[in-house]
Design a protein around this ligand. Structure first.
Ligand code: GUE
Length: 292
């Protein structure tokens, strides 16, 4: 049984990106820059923003943060996004989700310039991904999942049966599209799926992205299967402390599976590394536009 080390894989990816960032600076005088817009103070988002700002700067990119109050109106937020769209010194824009309930998330995502949409959430980018267009900004968590799977299984995923648990626009659907592009046979399951344990037992690879702590049990997993745990759930332990657990019953599943990603230290760090990669790609696209 292998524990897939997302922390190390993410570190290796960041080191490669740092070299490309330095080359871009010296050859073109361009330093990739990412702006994170945060509305209100959701604690889960704060953890993420803290890690992201530190890691963006550590690989030589510019990172800035715009904080808006929780009661900020949708039109003020949309104006802020428009200003960032027009600011040529900003290559990547990320609006932290979730947003307060009075703001329409889809309207906000639609306002981001698709070329600066480093989350890959804009309909133009999901459409490109759906069409297998290599120009898509690919969502970070799905990208991270595929990199971890390929690293463990050695690149060729042809014919592997993947069962994805969860059908969100940010993980379930895009990870299914990426794996389909890798020639996997993909089953997307969700809360209405019948006989979910039985369906999961067919899988060579399980991607758990439901957002329910320790939802996936040991007897759902075929012996030797690869288990990718996307969940980040904060639970209270018996001694009253908080800890992070995934969507997989980790202690039980490690017995029989072939490989598993831990939480923390699995998909989470890869999400941030892929965000940095998307920021670099967004910056590179502005250079190739300039030179022609
Ligand atoms: N527009 C937008 N894009 C996002 O990608 C996005 C977002 N909004 N809102 C919040 C969620 C959450 N998210 C995480 C990414 C990495 C870790 C991560 O690195 N986790 C560490 C542990 C962190 C800890 O110790 O708490 C790990 O799993 O090892 C966590 C959470 C991105 N999100």
């Amino acid at each position: 049984m292998t524990i897939i080390d997302g922390k190390l894989t993410a570190k290796n990816l960041r080191e490669k990106l740092a070299i490309e960032v330095a080359e871009m600076k010296s050859e073109y005088g361009v330093q990739p820059s990412l702006t994170v817009v945060m509305v209100g103070d959701d604690p889960a988002s704060q953890v993420y923003v803290k890690n992201k700002v530190q890691q963006t700067q550590a690989i030589g990119m510019i990172s800035s943060e715009i904080n808006m109050p929780a009661n900020c109106s949708q039109s003020v937020l949309l104006d802020q996004i428009k200003a960032l769209n027009h600011d040529s010194s900003v290559h990547g824009i990320l609006v932290q989700l979730p947003l307060p309930h009075h703001i329409d998330e889809s309207a906000v995502i639609a306002a981001i310039d698709p070329n600066k949409d480093v989350d890959g959430f804009h309909a133009i980018n999901s459409g490109r991904l759906f069409n297998g267009d290599l120009g898509a900004m690919v969502p970070c968590t799905p990208q991270g999942c595929v990199l971890l799977i390929k690293q463990h299984l050695g690149g060729d995923l042809s014919g592997k049966h993947v069962v994805v648990i969860g059908r969100s626009n940010i993980v379930g659907k895009p990870v299914a599209m990426l794996l389909l592009q890798e020639n996997c046979t993909v089953t997307i399951t969700h809360s209405r799926t019948r006989n979910l344990p039985e369906v999961c037992r067919q899988a060579d690879i399980v991607v758990a992205a439901v957002g329910i702590a320790e939802f996936v049990k040991a007897d759902w997993i075929k012996e030797g299967a690869t288990v990718i745990d996307v969940g980040i759930n904060r639970v209270i332990t018996h001694d009253g402390k908080y800890k992070l657990v995934g969507d997989v019953d980790y202690q039980a599943v490690i017995e029989g599976c072939g490989a598993i990603t831990p939480v923390p230290g699995g998909v989470g760090p890869m999400t941030i590394a892929c965000l940095l990669k998307n920021t670099l790609l967004a910056a590179q696209a502005t250079i190739s536009k300039r030179s022609v």
